[in-house]
Structure formats: structure tokens, C-alpha cells
Design a protein around this ligand. Structure first.
Ligand SMILES: Cc1cc2nc3c(=O)[nH]c(=O)nc-3n(C[C@H](O)[C@H](O)[C@H](O)COP(=O)(O)O)c2cc1C
Length: 161
């Protein structure tokens, strides 16, 4: 089972998680070696014990203005989610999946990249808005690979760049 912790302010991430979970269910039905996904959305009453085992985090980007190069670094809306990750053991955070809107140019998906540095974990996928089947396929494959790598080595991959 792949564990996924996510936050969704306006529902796009939630919709993509549903797509991704359905995709994993189908893959599992076709081949029992393919893991299913247990996804938990951040809410104020979220049970933090979910983060006591290896998991992936998925975060949309909400930044307060700027261009992502010289300015535009102040995260808004997702800070309570980040606080939960701050409290968790970073060794359990196997990878980060980010999203946003490409209209934001250099700021596209930037929160995931900020988290990568903060938690020393790789960004293992980016998708746009509510995502599509191609993005679900790519991100599911990436999650499977990172989970299998962790299961083999017993230690997560750190950020490499
Ligand atoms: C106030 C605001 C700021 C945003 N800033 C960014 C940004 O800096 N970069 C980006 O890629 N997307 C940005 N977005 C787009 C969101 O990340 C995108 O709509 C995402 O799918 C929202 O996910 P959610 O519906 O799960 O909350 C912003 C959206 C809003 C409303």
C-alpha cells in the first residue's frame, strides 16, 4: 500500500487524488504486485499517526504574488499542512508531488520544490490543476518506484539537486 498525505483548498488536488486512487485500484486488479493507494486529506482533525510510516506528500502551490525568481516565495493557504510535515519524521517522507497552474510560469509547482529542500526529499512528480490520466500514470509509476526502492534499501532517497 502506498500512503499519500495531501491538502486541497479548492478541490483540484482532491479530484486528482481520486483519479490516482482509481488508477492504482485498476493496476492492482490487473497485477496484485501493483500497490493500492491509501490517501488521507489534511484537515484540522487529521490523525498525525498516519505519518508514522513511509508516505508521500502532495501539495498544490499557493504563493503570495511575485514571479518565482526574484520574488514570490511566501507560501499561503497550505501552511497548516506544512506544519504537520514539520512535526513528522522527515525520514518517512519518501517524495513530494506538486501541482499548480502553468500560467504562473516559473512559479509553477514551486511549493513542492520548496518542500524538497525543507524536508530533503525529491520531487517525484508535477501535474497541472486537476491532472489527467497521463499524469496519473506517470505519478503512480514514480510512487511505485520510490516505494520499491525504499522497501529494498530501508532508507529514503534524499534530494539530489
Ligand atoms: C491565490 C492563488 C495563488 C496561486 N499561486 C500559484 C503559484 O504560485 N504557482 C502555481 O503553479 N499555481 C498557483 N495557483 C494555482 C493552484 O496551485 C491550482 O489551482 C491548484 O490546482 C489548486 O489546488 P487545490 O484546488 O487542490 O487547492 C494559485 C492559485 C491561487 C487561487
Amino acid at each position: 500500500m502506498l500512503k499519500l498525505f495531501y491538502v486541497s483548498i479548492s478541490g483540484n488536488t482532491r479530484a486528482f487524488v481520486q483519479r490516482l486512487t482509481r488508477y492504482a485500484d485498476k493496476a492492482h486488479a490487473a497485477d496484485a504486485h501493483c500497490p493500492r493507494i491509501e490517501a488521507v486529506e489534511f484537515t484540522p482533525s487529521f490523525d498525525a499517526r498516519f505519518l508514522d510510516q513511509p508516505f508521500f506528500a502532495m501539495v498544490p502551490t499557493y504563493l503570495d504574488g511575485g514571479d518565482g525568481i526574484n520574488s514570490g516565495y511566501r507560501e499561503v493557504m497550505t501552511l497548516d499542512f506544512r506544519d504537520e510535515l514539520d512535526e513528522a519524521d522527515p525520514e518517512n517522507l519518501l517524495g513530494i508531488i506538486g501541482s499548480g497552474n502553468r500560467n504562473f510560469n516559473a512559479q509553477f509547482g514551486l511549493t513542492a520544490k520548496h518542500y524538497a529542500r525543507r524536508f530533503n526529499s525529491p520531487v517525484i512528480g508535477l501535474y497541472e490543476l486537476r491532472g489527467n490520466d497521463e499524469e496519473a500514470d506517470r505519478i503512480y509509476t514514480s510512487m511505485c518506484n520510490y516505494q520499491a526502492d525504499f522497501d529494498r534499501r530501508g532508507v529514503k532517497r534524499a534530494l539530489v539537486k
